[in-house]
Design a protein around this ligand. Structure first.
Ligand SMILES: [Zn+2]
Ligand SMILES: [Zn+2]
Length: 218
C-alpha cells in the first residue's frame, strides 16, 4: 500500500459524507420517494457488478496489474482479497469515482438544488467503490455487524458467493448485496449476454481456459 492510495480513499470517503450531508441539507431525503430511489440505485449497482464481473471473468484478457488480471487471479488465490489492506481494495475504484463525485457536488453547489438522479448517482458511485469491500467481506466477514447484514440479505453472503467460486464459474456474479444473483441466474443472463457479445463479434474465452493459461504463466 502506498500513502497516496490512502489519501485518495480518505478523500473519497470524506467527499461522499459531505455530499450526503449537502443532500440532507437540501431536504432531498424529506420525500419518502428518495428512499425508494436509494434502494433502486443499490439494486442497479449490484446488477452492474453482476454484468461487469461476468464480462471480466469470461471475456477479459488478463494483463498483469489490470482489473481483468485481478478478477481472474482471484479465482486462483481467493484468499488474496482478504490479505491485502482495505485501502488497496478500495483504491482502484476510488481514484476514478472521486473526481466524478467532486464534479457532481460542484454542480449541485452551483445550482443549489439536487434532483433524485443526483441521489441515485451518489449511491451508484459509493457502491461502485464499496463493491470490492463487500466482496472481501463475503470471503471473511470482519464482525457481527457484517455477518448480521449478510444473514439479513442486505449484503452478499459467504455461502452465495462461494457458489461463484465453483467451476464452471457460471453463476452468482453479483458481489454487493447479491439481490440480482437469483434474478439474473434464473433468467439465464450469462447465456443472453453471450448472444449479445456474439452479435458484437466478441470471442468468449471462458474463465476455465483463462485460469489454465494464468496458472501456466505463474
Ligand atoms: Zn469471478
Ligand atoms: Zn470471491
Amino acid at each position: 500500500m502506498y500513502w497516496w492510495q490512502a489519501i485518495v480513499v480518505l478523500a473519497w470517503a470524506m467527499l461522499s459524507l459531505v455530499f450526503a450531508w449537502v443532500l440532507w441539507a437540501l431536504e432531498t431525503f424529506s420525500d419518502p420517494v428518495a428512499w425508494g430511489v436509494v434502494i433502486v440505485a443499490v439494486f442497479v449497482a449490484d446488477a452492474g457488478s453482476y454484468v461487469f464481473h461476468y464480462v471480466v471473468d469470461h471475456y477479459g484478457r488478463p494483463r498483469p496489474g489490470g482489473v481483468v488480471h485481478a478478477f481472474q487471479r482471484h479465482h486462483l488465490i481467493p484468499d488474496g482479497i482478504v490479505q491485502k489492506p482495505v485501502v488497496e481494495v478500495l483504491y482502484p475504484a476510488a481514484r476514478i469515482v472521486t473526481p466524478l463525485e467532486a464534479l457532481l457536488l460542484l454542480g449541485v453547489s452551483v445550482r443549489g438544488e439536487a434532483g433524485w438522479w443526483v441521489l441515485a448517482l451518489l449511491v451508484l458511485s459509493v457502491f461502485w467503490v464499496l463493491a470490492q469491500l463487500c466482496h472481501r467481506w463475503s470471503h471473511r466477514p470482519p464482525g457481527r455487524l457484517v455477518r448480521g447484514l449478510q444473514a439479513a440479505g442486505i449484503l452478499v453472503s459467504p455461502s452465495a458467493h462461494q457458489r461463484h467460486h465453483e467451476a464452471p464459474y457460471d453463476s452468482h456474479f453479483a458481489v454487493i448485496t447479491g439481490w440480482s444473483n437469483p434474478l439474473f441466474d434464473g433468467f439465464g443472463l450469462p447465456r443472453r449476454l453471450d448472444r449479445l457479445m456474439q452479435c458484437l463479434g466478441l470471442e468468449k474465452r471462458g474463465l476455465v481456459r483463462n485460469l489454465r493459461e494464468l496458472e501456466a504463466r505463474e
